[in-house]
Design a protein. Structure first.
Length: 376
């Protein structure tokens, strides 16, 4: 998509004065890996890629390769825009419903208070199949900026108006707030809102704004796949592509309230999400919240008021991060240059990193706690 002029959201983000915390480099071994800027910035010579023959996989009839996961889904929804759903991650909100079916899940600090409690944002392409998703809570400015790169309709229940309204009023921002089903579950009202069958259709049909909300992609869509996916049927083996990689079977994130952790399941080749000391299992079907890909971004943030509300500087360039898949991690850098433009991930040579097809977990780790993240 052709770049437009910098919009208000970009200006607001880029004018913020943010600080970066330097980290020291330590040698990687079988013990915990300490994450450092030097690891990301150091030169990396690409090794020879695997010469193994790859089986040709045919896309089933009536399906196409999803722009979000790189895997086959129905052509009937090829042009359907996704939704981005804010999901409460407080312990009282558990168990979650429907999060295991999300295509991409973001986890971010929701406030600097309460031991940096996080909130999830689930990107869902095939929202017509949702049986129950949530519970749904309020949004923050960063979520609005990130939802924009998917051309997704943000689904939430309010938020701090003084901090979010300038973003929600942008032409690239469309959202539904507080318009979903209430489910009696014996909990306080703030934990009872979910997307249930018919809710999305009702929201779209009742939206009378000019222009009306479209269920299909808009002018702000980024053409092609969201990530640089490996060819369908082929898996990226980072150890055969890069010299500098690390074994990563457990990731401890510096979100102390819910103790977010990702553990590698060697049998399924997926990273399973744990919080509050237990594996996250979906209330709908008992499925673990698991991912083929893990993307971690070091990100500055600015606290907006005494309530702990904040905005991440998610529009930035050259910041360090990690790509982790199949038990192996690779230091990377990331770039996002406008609200509606994609976040891109690069290797040491400045080439966009290729990731495996499947579901993806993305987290923005605050710069001031980056050194507290652990990998084993």
């Amino acid at each position: 998509m052709t770049k437009s002029k910098k919009i208000v959201a970009l200006a607001m983000c880029m004018l913020m004065v943010l600080s970066d915390v330097a980290c020291g480099k330590k040698e990687a071994d079988d013990a915990t890996l300490e994450v450092s800027v030097e690891d990301v910035a150091s030169s990396d010579t690409a090794a020879e890629a695997s010469s193994d023959e790859v089986k040709n996989f045919e896309i089933p009839e009536g399906m196409y390769l999803s722009e979000i996961t790189g895997e086959p889904i129905s052509e009937d929804i090829k042009d359907q825009r996704p939704i981005a759903v804010m999901v409460d991650n407080e312990k009282t909100a558990l168990p979650h419903f429907g999060t295991a079916e999300a295509d991409v899940v973001y986890e971010m600090m929701n406030s600097t208070k309460n031991d940096r409690i996080t909130r999830l944002m689930c990107i869902v392409k095939d929202w017509g199949k949702i049986e129950q998703l949530g519970s749904i809570r309020s949004t923050r400015p960063t979520n609005i900026l990130l939802a924009a790169e998917w051309d997704a309709v943000l689904c939430h229940d309010g938020g701090p108006p003084v901090h979010i309204n300038a973003y929600l009023n942008q032409p690239w921002s469309q959202h539904f707030s507080g318009t979903f089903s209430r489910v009696k579950n014996g909990k306080p009202k703030e934990f009872t809102e979910y997307i249930c069958p018919g809710d999305m259709e009702s929201n779209f049909s009742s939206m009378k704004k000019d222009p009306a909300y479209s269920t299909t992609y808009t002018e702000y869509r980024n053409e092609g796949s969201h990530f640089n996916f490996a060819p369908y049927g082929k898996e990226v083996d980072l150890t055969k592509v890069y010299d500098k990689t690390y074994p990563v079977t457990e990731i401890g994130l510096p979100f102390w309230h819910n103790t977010s952790t990702l553990k590698y399941n060697a049998e399924t080749k997926q990273y399973e999400y744990y919080e509050y000391g237990s594996r996250h299992e979906d209330a709908e079907d008992g499925e673990p919240l698991s991912f083929k890909n893990v993307l971690i971004q070091k990100c500055d943030f600015n606290q907006l008021d005494e309530n702990g509300y904040l905005i991440y500087n998610c529009i930035d360039s050259g910041k360090p991060g990690w790509y982790i898949t199949n038990g192996v991690g690779k230091p990377i850098t990331w770039v996002k240059d406008e609200a509606t433009h994609l976040t891109k991930f690069y290797d040491d040579k400045g080439e966009e990193i290729q990731i495996n097809t499947g579901k993806t977990y993305i987290t923005l780790v605050p710069s001031d706690t980056w050194d507290s993240m652990t990998m084993k």
